[in-house]
Design a protein around this ligand. Sequence first.
Ligand code: SF4
Ligand code: SF4
Length: 247
Amino acid sequence: MRFSCNGCGKCCHDHHVPLTLSEARDWAADGGTLIVLVEAVLEDGSGLPAGQQEHVFKRSLAVRCGQTRAHLAITFAAFNQGACRNLQSDMRCGIYERRPLVCRIYPMEINPHIPLRAENKDCPPEVWQAGPELIVGNQLVDAELAELIERSRQADRDEIAAKAAICERLGIHTSALKGDGFTAYLPQREAFLAALDEVLAAGEVAPQADWSLHVSNDALAKQLEETGAMIAALLNENCAFISLRVA
Ligand code: SF4
Ligand code: SF4
């Protein structure tokens, strides 16, 4: 597989860009809006995709959820509806030198269980036929790109406890079940920055709250309740449920 970006700017539209903690801080401090996306698997394996145990558990944090435990994965992302706030009229990035890690990695996947498929990406067909080799066999050719992907994965693992503590300070403690959807929150910018700075100043952080799950249907809610999980309605006005179920 070859690849040569043509700078069309399509990937800078309508993508919520996952951010590391320091990137999320910069994004909010610059005046950008953040979205918080939460999903979890349960102690008994509910929600866990086959073969992904190591990946999912490494980047998650175990918290109380009723009589069981939920392993939370939390994404802080730039909230991009339409063009990214940093995209200039010539389709160049206005913060190119300090653009987020994920912007440097696209169109590669971060999740090692998701193979790169050109048809799932925004890039036009011709960019996959030109330029240097990107993947040979199953191997990524560019060592620098491989290092960026690894850095992004490591940040996911290192920062999950701090993200959960920030969520708890913002009153966020309802998650979706992985594979069923995400709970999505749009925190107020100043409150987000205050919570982030408080958590970073505190250093070591441990989850305090009882987390609950919001799911897409009653049958699933009943099934999870039988495992001891706490099920909740969405009560927070800044919270939405993004379903992954096909209607
Ligand atoms: S930060 Fe820059 S590279 Fe990233 S989505 Fe926005 S415009 Fe594109
Ligand atoms: S959509 Fe693909 S080709 Fe277009 S700017 Fe983004 S990475 Fe480059």
